[in-house]
Design a protein around this ligand. Structure first.
Ligand code: UMA
Length: 449
């Protein structure tokens, strides 16, 4: 609990900052909000929660540290090293909304992180728990700030935690924690892959039990048990989850027992079989009804912005995978689609190394449409056998993709998939991958739906 005569500083006036301000107001804690964006338009919706004179816009100055004892930092704000050191050297407290949530010692907390698949596992698990009749809510990176969960009496709390959220969070006490996988991401902020891995592993520090992806060498836990582990391989023991292939069909298996065929689920892609395995490992650890959870997943259709098949007309399937903001995620999206693909890539690049993606694309019948800030970088770094087209924005990408699809169909008469799986962040043109995905969907549906 925060106790100080000075107001607490909330840094960042986005979803997180607003939820912290709302929480402080409810609890009678004085606060000031800082946002580094000078020209930020203050949303009208928060004017009742935060007085305008309590909001300070512009670069964070070291002298503001004198005015506060406590700082709550939003995940998207990357504080300068010397600013953090100054706070710590003066024995002041810096924390996150996750730390405040942690202080409530709620029951049944499941924490999930990973470079890819963390939102999918979070939502699959939430769906399974609801199917089992539990009062459950997912929060954190998935969209609902964690403090919002405190206003309800949930039986289970699922927290999706990004590396941005874990970086400044102390130790989160939870019942189960899970890392889906670790591949390099957000290195511009975290500086090195080693540091990024370390931040991800913080999720295990105060957890009663852990679920690991046994096939991922970047997940390293001393003496980790393979029980309740998951992976894309055959399960090594009777309480772990994995995939068994038989007569050309993939099955999710617990030990040697096949419990779900890939043909029984509506989610697209091999990576989703792994995501289901991870979720089932958690259900198993919580001693809940596994058989019923397996049945529950059969009617789970898709996840917004993650391999979301939203339009299927005139033999053209449109898939929104705007959530794929890194190479690994785009690779698994491309691998999971049979047949011809028109792939829309672009946005703000997070890397200069596209070798792995190029390798996969070379072996698939893929037409590329490159858009946005990094289209030339992508053009220089990815060579494909089929056409490559460079356009300015998503609207033009849709027009070009449709024209290519129609031209292919004239000569070949077959089904084609148009996939937005950008492998880059959305920040060149949008405020989030959600906004990018929504724009893509609305444009496609307006013209071709
Ligand atoms: N801001 C600054 N200085 C900065 C950066 C941001 O003042 O250097 C301000 C912005 O002007 C803005 C506010 O901080 O007003 C935004 O705060 P934020 O970037 O922390 O974003 P929130 O709106 O609070 O949303 C955050 C997560 N965003 C990020 O981590 C970037 C959301 O994850 C999360 O859903 C939400 O909290 C609720 O917990 C989104 C995300 O993009 C989905 N996550 C990244 C990802 O998935 O790759 C990590």
């Amino acid at each position: 609990m925060i106790t100080s005569k000075l107001p607490t500083a909330i840094i960042g006036l986005g979803k997180t900052g607003i939820s912290v301000a709302k929480y402080f107001k409810k609890n009678g804690i004085e606060f000031m909000v800082y946002d580094t964006r000078k020209d930020l338009e203050i949303p009208i919706s928060i004017k009742n929660e935060i007085k305008e004179e309590n909001i300070i816009l512009g670069p964070l100055k070291n002298k503001l540290i004198l005015s506060h004892d406590n700082f709550v930092v939003s995940p998207g704000v990357c504080l300068e090293k010397d600013f953090i050191e100054n706070i710590e050297n003066q024995n002041k407290n810096i924390q996150t909304d996750i730390d405040i949530f942690d202080s409530y010692k709620r029951k049944n907390i499941i924490c999930i992180t990973g470079s890819n698949g963390k939102t999918s596992v979070t939502l699959i698990l939430e769906h399974m728990l609801k199917f089992l009749g539990k009062k459950v809510k997912a929060g954190g990176n998935v969209g609902t700030p964690v403090l919002e969960l405190l206003y309800h009496d949930y039986e289970y709390h699922i927290l999706e935690l990004s590396s941005f959220q874990l970086e400044m969070t102390k130790k989160i006490q939870c019942d189960v924690s899970l890392i889906t996988n670790i591949t390099p991401d957000h290195l511009d902020r975290h500086k090195s892959f080693e540091n990024y891995k370390k931040i991800k592993h913080k999720i295990f520090l105060n957890s009663n039990s852990i679920v690991i992806n046994r096939t991922d060498k970047n997940i390293n836990v001393k003496n980790a048990s393979l029980e309740n582990s998951f992976g894309c391989d055959t399960p090594p023991n009777k309480s772990s989850f994995g995939i068994i292939k038989q007569d050309g069909t993939n099955y999710i298996a617990k030990g040697s027992e096949k419990i779900l065929s890939e043909n029984e689920i509506k989610l697209i892609g091999g990576h989703n079989l792994e995501n289901i395995c991870a979720s089932l490992a958690v259900i198993n650890l919580l001693n809940l009804d596994l058989e019923k959870a397996v049945n529950g997943i059969k009617d789970f259709k898709s996840i917004n912005h993650r391999m979301e098949k939203f339009c299927d007309k005139n033999k053209i399937t449109w898939i929104n995978d705007s959530k794929s903001t890194n190479i690994e995620s785009t690779i698994s999206a491309v691998k999971s689609i049979p047949g011809k693909i028109i792939l829309i890539l672009g946005g703000r690049s997070k890397t200069n190394n596209y070798d792995k993606l190029q390798e996969v694309l070379q072996n698939k019948p893929v037409y590329l449409i490159l858009y946005g800030e990094c289209k030339n970088l992508l053009d220089e770094n990815i060579q494909t056998k089929k056409n490559k087209i460079l356009v300015e924005d998503i609207k033009s990408a849709i027009d070009e993709a449709y024209m290519i699809a129609k031209t292919i169909q004239k000569s070949e008469e077959r089904k084609i998939t148009i996939l937005l799986s950008p492998a880059c962040s959305s920040f060149d043109m949008y405020s989030s991958y959600e906004e990018r995905g929504d724009h893509f969907k609305s444009e496609v549906l307006r013209k071709h739906g």
